[in-house]
Design a protein around this ligand. Structure first.
Ligand code: SAH
Ligand code: SF4
Ligand code: F3S
Length: 442
């Protein structure tokens, strides 16, 4: 009998991809997805724990699903992802109505855990994190929908232990996925009509360093292999650690035509003192040098970043150094956050915490300046012709479409022709606003 599945996903692309995998696995056991949780037989909440706020969001939604359980005696509530890994059985103590608590390494066992929870009427916990974990072979099934762009997970976990970060504890040791499996998945996707692939992992540019499955291939070698698949039109990747950005990877931007001119290079702070306390393993000088060299290889490359403000011990002078990096690099975009204490992360024990009001004020100052720069960079596109990949039709008015440039900027444009997501076309940019460009098809 067909059952209904509702998945709520928080957090990064790794979680988004894991949710797709879980949906496919349950799909193979006659589950169809619904967008109405009240109709679901199984609800999966795939959680994120990166900052206190993210974890809080997850916690606050469990209560809503409790009510569903009271109405439907066979209903299963599964909590997966990084909060599940981090809190494990403690989650069950606080919320005994949860049926399954499962960490990121266990997603492939979801169907059997659901069956066991139903059969035994007992909560199931799967939060082992093994250093010998092997990402199992898995081929996406696109039978129901063929989206034009897809993520491919190329690695799991992280060994960098930045002192603010929970990921090494929630995703476990860094492990590369099999080179053959990645290439197989990419080939399969392109054969089914996928035009754009994004290779994802916590630290993709260290691909191949951990785990035999990578078959001694480096990240640049993987990029070149995937780029060589006939029919692939755009290739992207995220996220990268500046310390692992090699000259060989930079060269890829000059030599691989389908590799999009966009690099997300999280800087976190502009102060060497803070970078050291964060355990980032690079200096700001080395970072800026790499950013400049990337632009030598690919002058039109769009750089984006992540920044933490108010890390313990951050002085006004340290923060000024971060503001200076924003001026120097001129990022096309940035994700910036107030520092947040996380369980297990070393910085939670640092004594010199920055006051909340100071963090808020610095974050606001940073974001105002970053937005000005991002707008200036968009305005500089006016009059240029750019290649856009169609994402879909705008809601209104008619003949309006939306797409993305190689640099990942949103472009809204008019075109009388019927387009489909994944089409590539040239658009002349006529105006710019904070979050998007506007133009007309050439
Ligand atoms: N692996 C990626 C980052 C994943 S987390 C990388 O290294 O680039 C995404 C971003 O969240 C980080 O880059 C950082 O800016 C932010 N972040 C992580 N932990 C945080 C914390 N405790 N407080 C505030 N921001 C945090
Ligand atoms: Fe976290 Fe640092 Fe690993 Fe990124 S590199 S996931 S910030 S520990
Ligand atoms: Fe969040 Fe886990 Fe991703 S903490 S950012 S879902 S790796």
């Amino acid at each position: 009998m067909t059952q209904r599945l509702y998945i709520e996903t928080f957090g990064c692309q790794m979680n988004e991809r894991d949710s797709e995998i879980m949906a496919q696995l349950l799909g193979e056991h006659s589950y169809v997805q619904t967008n109405k949780p009240e109709l679901a037989d199984v609800v999966v909440v795939n959680t994120c724990s990166i900052r206190g706020k993210a974890a809080h969001k997850a916690y606050s939604c469990f209560g809503r699903y409790k009510k569903l359980k009271e109405k439907h005696h066979d209903f299963i509530l599964a909590v997966t992802g990084c909060v599940a890994q981090q809190d494990g059985t403690a989650l069950l103590e606080r919320m005994p109505y949860i049926d399954i608590v499962m960490g990121p390494q266990s997603i492939y066992t979801l169907p059997s855990l659901v069956a066991e929870a139903r059969r035994s009427k007992k909560p199931q916990v799967a939060t082992e994190l093994s250093a010998d974990f092997v990402i199992p072979p898995f081929l996406p099934n696109l039978a129901e929908s063929t989206p034009h762009k897809r993520f491919i997970t190329i690695m799991q976990g992280c060994d960098n232990f930045c002192t603010y970060c929970v990921v090494p504890y929630t995703r476990g040791r860094e492990i590369s996925r099999s080179f053959t499996d990645i290439l197989g998945e990419a080939t399969h996707l392109v054969a089914q009509g996928v035009k754009e692939i994004t290779l994802i992992g916590q630290n993709v540019n260290s691909y191949g360093k951990k785990g035999d499955a990578a078959q001694n291939k480096s990240f640049p070698e993987l990029l070149r292999a995937v780029a060589g698949i006939d029919g692939l039109q755009r290739l992207r990747f995220t996220s990268s650690h500046p310390k692992d950005l090699s000259e060989e990877l930079m060269r890829c931007f000059a030599e691989i035509p389908v590799l999009c001119p966009h690099f997300h290079l999280p800087v976190q702070s502009g102060s060497n003192r803070i970078l050291e306390r964060m355990n980032r393993k690079y200096t700001i000088e080395a970072y800026l040098d790499k950013a400049a060299r990337l632009r030598e290889y690919r002058p039109d490359i769009a750089l984006t970043t992540d920044i933490i403000v108010g890390f313990p011990g951050e002085t006004e002078e340290d923060f000024a150094a971060t503001m200076q990096v924003v001026e120097t690099v001129r990022y096309h975009g940035s994700y910036s956050f107030k520092y947040s204490d996380r369980p297990n992360a070393k910085a939670a024990d640092f004594p010199d915490k920055v006051a909340e009001a100071v963090k808020s004020e610095r974050l606001a100052r940073l974001q105002v300046r970053q937005e000005e720069i991002a707008l200036e960079l968009k305005q500089a596109e006016i009059g240029k012709s750019v290649e856009v990949m169609v994402e879909g039709a705008s809601k209104a008015p008619a003949n309006q479409w939306s797409g993305r440039t190689g640099g990942n900027q949103i472009v809204n444009f008019s075109c009388d022709r019927k387009l489909v997501p994944g089409d590539l076309l040239m658009v002349e940019i006529e105006s710019a606003c904070q979050n998007s460009l506007r133009g007309k098809m050439i």
